[in-house]
Each structure stands twice: as C-alpha cells, then as structure tokens.
Design a protein around this ligand. Structure first.
Ligand SMILES: [Zn+2]
Length: 423
C-alpha cells in the first residue's frame, strides 16, 4: 500500500507543489524542480528523498542524448511512480461509454468500449457506467495496486463541485442526476465528475499537444451529436459562469437550417457533428444514391449497428463520391466554426480531437482552407491546425487525470476518503 503523508507547514507545501509539478510535467530534472519551485539543490534533494521513500516518485537516468555533460550530480529524470496507484476514467457520450484504467503516471493499461442502447434512459446510462467501471476495477491487470478513484467525463451540463449532471441531451428524463454520489455508493470509490469536453481538454493539456502551448483550442467531436471547443490559457481551462464555455456546436451557421436539440436552428452541430454527417449519408443511401457506403450500412445493420463517422472517412479515402461530398461539406462548416474561434480567442494551435483526429491530412487541409478565408490574416498565420495524438481516448484519459489532479493538486495525496465523505 502507498504511504500517505499529512499536510502542514512549508515542507508539506513544497511537497504538494512538487507533486503538482510532476503531475503536470513529468519527467523533470532536479535542476528544473529547483528552478520552478525556487529551492536550493539541498532542499530539492531533501524533498525528493522523502517522496522516493514514500514511493510516490521514481528517479531514472536521462535517455541518451539528453544527458548533460556538466560536472556535478548524475543527471536524472524524476517522474511519478507508475506503480504507486491507479485510477479509472470514463467518458460517456450519447452513444457509448469509453473506459480506461491508468497507472499513476497516467499511462493507459486497459481500455473498454461499451455501446449504449439506441433508446437512452437514465438508469441504463448509470448501469453502463457501473458495468464499465467494475470491469476495469476487477481486470486481471489491476493487481494489488491501490485504486485512487473514478473520474467521469459526462455529456451535457455538469456541476463538477457537487458531482451532479444537470442535462444529458437528448434525454428529457435526465435532470440533475447526482452521478458522483450514485456511483460512489455503488462502487465504494471516490468519484469525480466533469463535462466530458473539459476532461478531454485536460488530457490534451497534460499529455497531448497542449503540453507545448500556453494557449490552445481543442475541438472535440465524438461519435454522436457532440461538437465542443475547449480553450486553455496559461494552463487553465476556461469555463465561464456555468461551465458552458465551448458550446461551439451551437454556433448558428444556417439560420433557417435544421432544428437543433438546443431549440435553435442551423447550429454547427446539425451540419458538422459526426452524427449529422452520418445521418446525411443514411438519407442519401435511402434515396438511392450510388455509394460504397450502402454495402457498409447493410453489413452494419446485420450486426445490429449503424454507420459511424469512421466508415465515411474510410470511404472518403477510397474516393467514394458521396463520402467526399459529405466530408467536404462538413469540413467547410467545421472551418467556419474554427475561424470564429480563432477570431475570438487567438489560440496558438487548434487541436482536432475525437473522431476528427483520425480523418487524415486531406480532411485537415479542407478545414484549413475555410479557416484561412474567414480569419483575421495575422491570427491565421500564427495559428496551427493539428490532429490530436490522443484521438478518441482523450475524454477517458482526461477523466482519469481528473482523479489524480483532484487528489494531488487540490487535496494532496491523503488516504482516499471514506465513501460517505465524498457523497
Ligand atoms: Zn444548438
């Protein structure tokens, strides 16, 4: 079992600051720790000795090529000890639950996907979250390593402090569901909740392209009716008054367009979300348009499934005319949305995440052409459009990072609280 420490005095304060730094930037050298925390080499050594004894961190030789040649201590890299503990992250959209078990250094150990039924109800979603969490809690790769808790990135509007999910579109019956309390009761673990867009943005900030930029925007699109834009400035995710920053999907791009579940018309989500694009493809197939997607849809239907965005991407790369037309149209609208974001926020990089990450360079170039036409030239020239390396895993990884972040950065590593204390 890991050893935990109390939290008083300057020593404890420095210990917390060092853990925070390691959670955000592992691995780091002793010199970096000294510089960032403004500590002497002796103070760094003292602090690290304690964390090494507690088993919270490990010290390894720097890889060849990164070794310094200066005199003094053998250069080494300090990182959180992956074997200290584990955490589980779940992301739930309106079509699936994606779960991941990570070690203390945030490396994924096991991943699970669970498709939600077509007709959603609150009990079914909670049961699916519980099933995926249990399958990871009892996975053979878990071993004896302590489990810190469960993070959940939820679709819809969320109160992360109270652990309550207010809405879950398009489910009318889902109102103010205390997801954290219900799952904590069922699973006997501390549970932390956040909006799935912010969980995915956190993953990009800690483990993705966002590590290298002071300010970045992250466009997240998962299978289903989801399209949001996370924005980070100075290491902080912008949330706004109610945690609703980033509703890019509800930017109006066709004032007389289709009705959106938000009540408005012609929202970006109705023309460029993965679901909207797939629905257009299904309509065209039903209308008898000649396309290779018709056969894919039939195969999917025989397995009780329906077309997904990656089917369109595959057909696009095979130059299927319908897929090319639909993705060109989606790229145009996504480009419009991103152009608005670039004009408003001036990010250094816009990361294309979720299912968009795997759509390929040609798709990114099509988006980029529209962005170029509708942005302030200077802002455009200084902004890079990049696919995410984390792809569709970002939401679940970020939900797991949420557990480590809340415990390491805000409460300090203490014994996991009894379940009653987190209700
Ligand atoms: Zn809308």
């Amino acid at each position: 079992m890991p050893r935990y420490a109390g939290r008083q005095g300057r020593g404890e304060e420095n210990r917390d600051r060092l853990l925070r730094l390691l959670h955000q930037r592992s691995p780091v050298t002793r010199a970096t720790i000294g510089r960032v925390l403004r500590l002497s080499p002796a103070a760094v050594s003292h602090l690290l000795h304690r964390l090494l004894v507690e088993g919270l961190v490990v010290e390894e030789d720097l890889p060849e090529g990164q070794r310094q040649t200066s005199r003094g201590r053998r250069p080494s890299a300090i990182r959180l000890n992956p074997r200290f503990a584990q955490a589980i992250g779940l992301e739930v959209t309106d079509v699936e639950v994606h779960g991941v078990l990570v070690d203390f250094a945030a490396q994924p150990l096991v991943q699970v996907h669970h498709r939600l039924p077509a007709l959603l109800n609150p009990q079914g979603v909670l049961a699916a979250l519980e099933t995926v969490a249990r399958s990871l809690m009892h996975h053979p790769l878990r071993g004896e390593t302590p489990l810190l808790g469960l993070g959940v990135g939820v679709h819809g509007v969320v109160d992360p402090e109270r652990g309550v999910s207010h809405t879950f579109p398009p489910m009318e019956a889902w109102r103010d569901v205390p997801v954290a309390r219900l799952l904590a009761q069922r699973l006997g673990l501390p549970v932390f909740l956040d909006f799935r867009l912010y969980a995915a943005t956190l993953a990009e900030l800690l483990h993705g392209e966002g590590r290298h930029h002071r300010c970045f925007a992250y466009l997240n699109a998962a299978d289903g009716a989801t399209l949001g834009l996370g924005y980070v400035e100075g290491g902080r995710i912008l949330r706004g008054q109610l945690g609703l920053v980033g509703q890019l999907g509800h930017l109006c791009v066709e004032p007389d367009g289709r009705r959106c579940f938000c009540g408005s018309r012609g929202c970006l989500i109705t023309v460029a979300s993965p679901r909207a694009v797939v629905e257009r493809a299904q309509e065209e197939i039903r209308a008898g348009v000649e396309t290779s997607l018709a056969a894919v849809a039939r195969r999917r239907a025989m397995a009780g499934e329906s077309l997904v965005f990656s089917d369109l991407v595959q057909a696009f790369h095979q130059r299927d005319k319908l897929a090319v037309d639909l993705l060109a149209q989606a790229a145009h609208y996504l480009g419009l949305g991103i152009a608005h974001a670039v004009n408003l926020l001036n990010p250094a990089v816009v990361i294309l995440g979720g299912v968009l990450a795997g759509a390929g360079d040609e798709f990114v170039h099509m988006i980029d052409r529209t962005v170029a036409r509708h942005t302030v030239p200077r802002a455009y020239q200084q902004t890079v459009l990049k696919p995410s390396r984390l792809g569709a895993q970002a939401g679940a990884l970020g939900a797991a990072a949420l557990v480590i972040q809340r415990l390491v950065e805000e409460r300090g590593i203490e014994p996991p609280p009894p379940v009653e204390a987190v209700l």
